[in-house]
Design a protein around this ligand. Structure first.
Ligand code: BG6
Length: 502
């Protein structure tokens, strides 16, 4: 069974199935997957014939896994507790035949007891290094096709998907030898966020925005994904990633594609993803010199964030004291197509910045002629449309209004639409939504193989440029908006970063 349209949201519960989580003793499972399942259970959005099997190398019993699962429900509800009672756990090496023998036994038992009919969703929540290995082992053990009476087998793959274009293509090759593309659900949790999906509603359910959504009216685009947190307990992982791989290659590219793509013919998986790929293909690839010139990479020093003193990145647990890993990136990109040619797209992301805020801002051209006396209109600023993705999701339009009085003074004001106030309904959390979609077989909010490749094609030149001697790293005190030099990226074109209105 597949459902592949954003409009087809009438499915109350997924079909009977067993969710098999590889990496079940890990952090991601405890922090994201199990709480998402608990939310679905509490909302009555799971089939009665559903259960979970955890697989990992850590020696746990069924009961150890169930104890961790119980903690995932903040309401300590009866529904979840009952469901957790059926969870099973298999200890073993990921590619070992014995692991799969044990898994097969547990799954057969679930099918018999619960009537889960051989339907499976395998979730790869392991370290990325073994994604390919587990997929291949699943195929070798014939777990890539539905068992007796089953209709589907799906594979959910976490990020990061590769380290660069070459490794992503290699991983895809391995996955495709084991599973068909339509069985593979690559996660980018930003796509599960309601406000990211709302970009589509704003653009394509309203007549007034689309006519001005192009180079004739838009002077520049800014995408900010700022975090106030540091690397927390993930220093070891982050050392192998950095901000470009961790945020730009996936979350930023998805937001950029949805904001700038052409209207899809239909709001379904194939059409939306076709348009995203087309847009990503149009993002200009810089020459090696341009890659140095159009990018800034930074790393946080100690400082104060939200009134608390915090340590420098190099002092974080699991981080090399001489680390050259970037915790901040700013880029100037261009989209070479009819709609956007010549419009700079400034993107920035960083950890330990002044605030947590994700937003897209479209700044429009200035008025062609000012019919007021210069001194009175100096404060007139260009119009800006801001799509605030988080926190306090909202859409704001900034424009100039006259300050009352005889003098003709203009002040910048804003018109705001806040989600919380305007719409009482609350959607599911991003992970919850994506897990549900994987279980009902809707791939719309998952990343297709060609999208991943295009996104790597865009960021690869910066990875290469930074690997060269002189691929400079600029430091910034925690709690600021990043290295000063990032201002220059915009000043050269007479632009400036927007200070988000918090
Ligand atoms: C993850 C990154 O993909 O996204 C993390 O690995 C980052 O480093 C997180 O903190 C941000 O997600 P959100 O939903 O808090 O914006």
């Amino acid at each position: 069974m597949t459902v592949s349209s954003l409009a087809a949201r009438v499915v109350k519960t997924p079909p009977p199935l067993v969710l098999v989580i590889f990496g079940a003793s890990g952090d991601l499972c405890a922090r994201k997957i199990l709480p998402a399942l608990a939310e679905l259970a509490n909302r009555g959005r799971l089939n009665e014939r559903f259960s979970v099997v955890g697989v990992a190398r850590t020696e746990w019993s069924d009961d150890d896994f169930r104890q961790v699962a119980l903690k995932a429900d903040p309401t300590s509800g009866e529904t979840w507790a009952q469901l957790v009672g059926s969870f099973r756990y298999v200890t073993g090496e990921y590619a070992a035949t014995e692991t799969f023998d044990a898994l097969r036994e547990v799954l057969a038992d679930a099918d018999e007891r619960l009537g889960t009919s051989g339907n499976r969703v395998y979730y790869l929540a392991t370290v990325p290094a073994v994604f390919g290995l587990v997929a291949e082992a699943l195929a070798k053990e014939h777990c890539n096709v539905p068992g007796e009476g089953g209709e589907f087998v799906r594979l959910v793959v976490e990020k990061p998907f590769g380290r660069d274009l070459e490794s992503a293509l290699e991983l895809d090759g391995r996955l495709h030898r084991a599973f068909h593309e339509d069985q593979i659900f690559r996660i980018d949790h930003y796509l599960g966020k309601e406000t990211v999906q709302n970009v589509l509603a704003l653009r394509f359910a309203n007549a007034i925005f689309e006519p001005i959504w192009n180079r004739r009216y838009v002077e520049q685009v800014q995408i900010t994904v700022a975090e106030s947190i540091g690397v927390e307990h993930r220093g070891g992982f982050y050392e192998t990633a950095g901000a470009l791989r961790d945020i730009v290659q996936n979350h930023v590219m998805q937001v950029l594609a949805l904001t700038m793509m052409e209207p899809p013919t239909w709001m379904d998986a194939e059409h939306i993803r076709d348009e995203k790929v087309k847009l990503l293909k149009a993002v200009a690839i810089p020459s090696p010199d341009e890659a140095v010139d159009r990018a800034v990479r930074g790393q946080y020093l100690g400082g104060t964030v939200e009134r608390e003193p915090v340590v420098a990145y190099r002092e974080e647990e699991g981080v090399d004291p001489k680390s050259e890993t970037e915790t901040y990136v700013a880029l100037r990109l261009y989209v070479d197509n009819w709609r956007w040619a010549g419009v700079p797209v400034y993107v920035r992301t960083g950890k330990r910045l002044a605030a947590r805020v994700t937003e897209v801002a479209l700044q429009f051209h200035e008025v062609p002629f000012l019919a007021f006396e210069g001194s009175l209109s100096r404060q007139l600023r260009p119009n800006v449309l801001v799509l605030r993705i988080q926190p306090h999701e909202r859409i704001s339009l900034h424009f100039g209004a006259k300050v009352p009085g005889e003098a003709f003074r203009v002040q910048s004001v804003s018109m705001d639409f806040g989600y919380e106030k305007a719409i009482a309904e609350t959607g599911m959390d991003g992970y919850t939504r994506l897990l549900f979609d994987a279980m009902i077989g809707d791939p719309t909010l998952f990343i297709r193989a060609d999208e991943v490749a295009q996104a790597w094609r865009i960021v690869d030149p910066y990875l290469h440029a930074w690997a060269e001697p002189g691929g400079g790293l600029h430091f910034y005190p925690a709690g600021t908006w990043g290295p000063h030099i990032a201002e220059l990226l915009l000043q050269r074109s007479g632009d400036a970063w927007r200070e988000p209105v918090l």
